[in-house]
Design a protein around this ligand. Sequence first.
Ligand SMILES: *Cc1c(COP(=O)(O)O)cnc(C)c1O
Length: 407
Amino acid sequence: MSASTASSTQHHVDLTESRAAHNYHPLPVVLAHGEGAWVTDVDGNRYLDCLAGYSALNFGHGHPQLIAAAETQLRKLTLTSRAFYNDQLGEFAAELGDLVGKEVILPMNTGAEAVETALKVARRWGHEVKGIPAERGQIIVMDGNFHGRTTTIVSFSTDEEARAGFGPFTPGFVVVPYGDAEALEAAINDETIAVLVEPIQGEGGVVIPPAGFLGRVRELCTQHNMLFIADEIQSGLARTGRTLAVEHENVVPDIVVLGKALGGGILPVSAIAANHDVLDVITPGSHGSTFGGNPLAAAVGREVVAMLGTGEFQDAASRLGARLTERLNGLGDAVVTVRSRGLWAGLDLDPNVMSGRDLSVALMHRGVLVKDTHGSTVRIAPPLVASESDIDLIADSISESLADAIR
Ligand SMILES: *Cc1c(COP(=O)(O)O)cnc(C)c1O
């Protein structure tokens, strides 16, 4: 590393830390280029991207089909607002709805906005369809959830760091342990309108509920006339080997919340998908977004849907994920637990050997970028365009980093 390039890394770190709010604690790597599963820093060092933008980059960096779709639309029309129609949104809505088996979608931009949309729809449905009085109605959520960062969403976060100082909080939420169907059933009353769950908790560390839990959520929602809202923002769109993670349990939610990979890693695109009986509670003037459903977002989203329609990314997630899981399970005692589904794994480390942050830094020096969560957990979620040798590189690099720490 030459002195001038080293100072370039430092320049970007210092400028970011001094002029952008300190709401993250990034690894000290400054990225300048990406292609497929690999990124390059300002000094020309290459890294395998095993975070993939928290699964926003399921199709990798700069996928040629997505870039082409974006470029074509960029030159035609990028924004109309919903005051007028555009020639992309209707097509996108129909194609995305068909992909996930729903009649209607409501497009937004970020994941948090889509979750907010689902909550608003559920509340209005609770009043207008279920007949819960105004200012009443409860939504059951799960311990350890992550649904975004708005004031309402952090109101029912169980992570103190995400909540501290942001009150007063939005009422109307009840928290039960994740994966505990009995606790869920016990929390239901006449004023419960919906259950909001992540089919797999991504930020929680790739936490998978017990088999049958999601099916039980479905049964209880049907039995008690409540909406089952599945937040598939991180688990959906091929990451787990299926288009939606709920498909592993053959479960059909009432509202599917999508984001992240829906924008192809190019721009924020989110949506909720549901049938008319639910989404028709939204009427002109009751909800909206300046950028939601813009033609550029819709064109990229349409290409994402077309790519998912072939099944090749779902297959790649299953195939590469099986290889990754097998390798991770052979890493020895320093890895206490491996949880995985598709190409998505959470490793709990023995804290006496290494923290998650220490392993992330060690892997960065070996050319592999990962992100730690909750102290001793590391998540691995490379783009689904990774190769088999990329998967082997991840396992080899973790193995070498752990061996160095034990030595
Ligand atoms: C990332 C994420 C969100 C929030 O998405 P943003 O685009 O960051 O607002 C919501 N739910 C889940 C499950 C997520 O992983």
